[in-house]
Design a protein around this ligand. Structure first.
Ligand code: SAH
Length: 234
């Protein structure tokens, strides 16, 4: 990171073959997803409204777009997945805690769907992804949706983003065997982090940093791809 402070989504062509697909899924399909989120206990209407607005189908391959509003994770290539809508909503609701966020760090950009959701509830989002072609994919999607307050980088996010914090929220969208100390250190006092912890069995954790120290709460079982060290070019 120190060597490449230029985190930008601007180097992306304005047109995308997927732009044509925006609006092609029926409102009824999307409405069903929103109703399901409410049934599953999502209460933050800001999060629900943002998810109503962001077309999830443009983040997946055309062949899968028909399934984009089902409550499932879907493959995005390179052995990775786009998280199921419920998890995206739940993690965003936990970080927001009823308030607009200022500076947010996301680890595991993937195709950029969760990043797009975060961009609408935060002033500034930094997102790190270890697989280079996914960074390019996500840039394209975020450019299409005009998420101009997002900065992406190809990096190992388990180390966080030194020099850009402290962050008032950190979201980790890959499962870690432990809570990385580097991330805790980059959390502002009063800040919140959500992170899946575990290997074969994972539990979503909420980490809160207070003036007194760190509070860790185990929430619910989840299933994420693993948080891996280092970066990959393909
Ligand atoms: N946020 C995505 C979920 C993507 S899946 C969504 O909106 O659905 C998790 C992503 O984390 C994968 O793309 C994987 O490559 C990435 N990842 C795993 N370990 C990482 C690390 N150490 N640093 C950055 N990204 C990582």
């Amino acid at each position: 990171m120190a060597a490449s402070p230029e985190l930008s989504i601007m180097a992306i062509p304005r047109t995308s073959s997927k732009t044509a697909g925006i609006g092609m899924t029926s409102t009824r399909t999307r409405d069903r997803m929103l109703a399901r989120l409410r049934e599953q206990g999502i209460q933050d209407e800001v999060v629900i409204n943002v998810m109503a607005e962001i077309p999830r189908h443009i983040f997946v391959d055309e062949a899968l777009s028909i399934r984009a509003y089902e409550d499932v994770s879907l493959p995005i290539g390179y052995g990775q997945t786009i998280s199921q809508p419920y998890i995206v909503a739940k993690m965003t609701q936990l970080l927001r805690n009823g308030k607009q966020l200022d500076k947010v760090l996301e680890i595991g950009t993937g195709c950029g769907y969760q990043t797009a959701v975060l961009s609408r509830v935060s002033n500034e989002v930094f997102s790190l992804e270890r697989i280079r072609p996914l960074v390019m994919k996500a840039r394209n999607h975020l450019r299409t949706l005009k998420c101009t307050n997002v900065k992406l980088d190809h990096a190992d996010g388990s180390l966080g983003l030194k020099g850009y914090g402290p962050f008032d929220a950190i979201m980790v969208t890959a499962a870690s065997s432990h809570v990385p100390q580097e991330l805790v250190e980059q959390l502002a006092v009063g800040g919140r982090m959500v992170i899946p912890v575990g290997t074969s069995e994972q539990v979503l954790h909420l980490i809160e940093r207070t003036a007194q120290g760190i509070q860790k709460t185990a929430l619910e079982p989840v299933k994420f791809v693993p948080l891996l060290g280092g970066t990959a070019l393909s």
